[in-house]
Design a protein around this ligand. Structure first.
Ligand SMILES: [Zn+2]
Length: 83
């Protein structure tokens, strides 16, 4: 008669996605680190705006932060594409 279903409150896989993750280097952003938020518009769900986060701090001897690298990437994509 031991047919009780037990729910473990610690087992919450969704919680893993709630940590802020840098969209550029895929690393988690710590609480003390600065980050930049970029709004992502989804064409199929205009009302549900999502956000990407990027590191705004520099790592070690890096000259550009993830955010700045991301912006440079977008700039080069714009200039490379034919008008
Ligand atoms: Zn990063």
């Amino acid at each position: 008669m031991a047919s009780s279903v037990s729910f473990t409150p610690m087992n919450q896989p969704l919680a893993a996605f709630r940590t802020h993750e840098c969209a550029y280097c895929q690393s988690p952003i710590s609480a003390g680190e600065r980050w930049v938020r970029e709004k992502v518009l989804e064409p199929f769900r205009s009302e549900a705006a999502r956000y990407r986060r990027y590191h705004a701090d520099l790592f070690g001897e890096e000259v550009l932060s993830c955010w700045e690298k991301h912006q440079m990437q977008q700039d080069t994509q714009k200039t490379k594409s034919p008008a």
